[in-house]
Design a binder for this molecule. Structure first.
Ligand code: SF4
Ligand code: SF4
Length: 109
């Protein structure tokens, strides 16, 4: 029993946390990111942005930093930060993704 408690606390210590930032004025509310998020951390806002779309809002308390949302967003408006108890936060999007996409399809016009 004690081992189980120690194991679970060790897992919690290692768990990666995520923080999502969304450029809400560029979001078109297509909801692809909501479908891609297995943690159910994303939802549509009740408000609309400058384009007239309901935009995405995030619940960072349940985000695990998997980056699925940023990968599926066609307009690259999501940035995911990963945090680890013993490491500084690392910005892994969108620069990495843009560079990968640009190496495949070339720079956007
Ligand atoms: S990084 Fe993963 S868990 Fe966090 S909001 Fe995006 S899809 Fe959901
Ligand atoms: S996938 Fe991108 S454009 Fe579509 S709703 Fe999500 S953040 Fe907005």
């Amino acid at each position: 029993m004690e081992d189980d408690i120690n194991k679970s606390s060790a897992v919690k210590e290692r768990k990666v946390k995520g923080k999502v930032e969304i450029d809400v004025q560029k979001c078109k509310g297509c909801e692809l990111c909501i479908s891609a998020c297995k943690e159910h951390a994303l939802s549509l806002s009740d408000s609309i942005n400058i384009k007239g779309y309901r935009y995405i809002i995030s619940n960072n308390d349940v985000c695990n930093g998997c980056v699925n949302c940023a990968l599926v967003c066609p307009d690259a408006v999501i940035t995911v930060y990963r945090t680890h108890p013993k490491k500084k936060p690392v910005d892994i999007t969108p620069t990495d993704i843009r560079e990968q996409l640009q190496s495949i399809v070339g720079p956007s016009k």
